[in-house]
Design a protein. Sequence first.
Length: 285
Amino acid sequence: MTSQTAGARPPIGVIAGNGRFPFLVLDAARRLGRAVTVVAIQEEADPELNQLAADESDTAVHWVSLGQLGKCIAVLREAGVTEALMAGQVKHAKLFAGVMPDLTFLSVLGRLRVKSTDALLSAIADVLADHGITLVDSTVFLQPLLAASGTLTEREPTAEESADFAFGCRMADAVAGLDVGQTVVVKDKAVVAVEAMEGTDEVIARAGRLAGPGVRVVKVAKPNQDMRFDVPVVGIPTIDAMREAQASALSIDAGKTLIVDGDAFVRAADEAGLSVVGRPREEVR
């Protein structure tokens, strides 16, 4: 598709956090002929995003600090963006600590009844909408990378791992429903560790220290998961964390979990001897 065709449609806005998620979105959007305006979070996003602006004439990258919501909106509006998506993690702890809020972000904080990640991001989405910018499904360009149902690796889970998955999913669904975290680590039908603000990789490491080899990791979507933000994501770093903790198996929610490294993720899991299972959607709360 030509750049002229791409220019016939408004650019898509990408609010970029850390990891490879933003790069995957940018690549997919450009393949579909969409010009992209990137608002990169200074404290999180990869500096390599700058190279994209140098290499691609239809990609612009602007850097803002956490809390500069007014600047983010101004950049998107000046570029003619009417649709934007969030790609990449912003560590939850950073959302509530160390942020120097501008007036727009302060107005968001004033809307919050509870200081949860969902509440904060939903309020940000509302403010974007007030300025004519619709926040869309963050996986809209990446549907093929959503986890499939069933066993994704060469090794099927053992009976003990399957029992831990069934137990862990019940626990994780409850925790995710409270907007605490989306990952629990279990062993022998006992909860070893629950994710809060530290993130998946760190909770896996903590579980390995607490319970030793053979822990199982269960990562779930929230009930009625809002696919605009905080979508469950796994990738090569997840496998690395599991290998380091000597975890044996991983359950993720099919159709709701983004596998950012695709086939490389599965190969890494196979090389580590792990079993990875996509929980069928009909079993997802």
